[in-house]
Design a protein around this ligand. Structure first.
Ligand SMILES: Cc1cc2nc3c(=O)[nH]c(=O)nc-3n(C[C@H](O)[C@H](O)[C@H](O)COP(=O)(O)O)c2cc1C
Length: 160
């Protein structure tokens, strides 16, 4: 059984998860950003960052090329409060995967966002929307430490 680990990562969070997988498994014939070289492996670990509730566009394009493979999906998202939200994202990503493939597992965790996002929340927060933006700011602050070692250890447990 050969493996490939391929990812799209805008700010580095998903790359950290990809590196964790790369350090955990043997028999990896390709590790790097999405590339057709990954298609030579029996099982592909495919990493994405969440963009508007689904995977980023580079991952959508890559998934379209994958056929007759075992696929393990992993990703990061800015909003990490609920497992249900992660499941929704994974379900949405699955819709881009051809039926000839077999999805063998998935993993998601929270990933930090750029400071500009917090600055925008602060600017937009006022008396009327105070609670809503406070929730977003709290989520932002919580995301800052992710992916952390606990996330990475959880990922290792899932892939082993
Ligand atoms: C344009 C843009 C759209 C995003 N949309 C979402 C989203 O819909 N849901 C979410 O939870 N996080 C969203 N995020 C946050 C990123 O998914 C999150 O920070 C992720 O960990 C980034 O991964 P990366 O560092 O591998 O690029 C968005 C970020 C950007 C820049």
């Amino acid at each position: 059984m050969t493996y490939a680990v391929t990812y799209s990562s805008h700010t580095g969070n998903t790359k950290e998860l990809a590196q964790t997988i790369n350090e955990t498994l043997d028999n990896i014939i390709y590790f790097g950003e999405h590339d057709i070289k990954a298609l030579n492996a029996d099982r592909i670990y495919i990493g994405f960052w969440t963009d508007k509730g689904t995977c980023d566009s580079k991952t959508i394009e890559f998934l379209k090329q994958v056929q007759n493979k075992e696929i393990f999906l992993f990703g990061t998202a800015g909003f990490g409060k609920s497992e249900q939200y992660f499941n929704q994202i994974i379900d949405s990503v699955k819709s881009y995967i051809n039926d000839s493939n077999r999805i063998v597992g998935s993993f998601m965790c929270q990933g930090k966002m750029p400071q500009t996002v917090r600055d925008r929340y602060i600017k937009l927060q006022n008396n009327e929307n105070y609670q809503k933006y406070q929730m977003l700011i709290d989520n932002f602050d919580q995301a800052l430490e992710h992916p952390n070692n606990k996330d990475k250890n959880n990922l290792i447990k899932v892939i082993k």
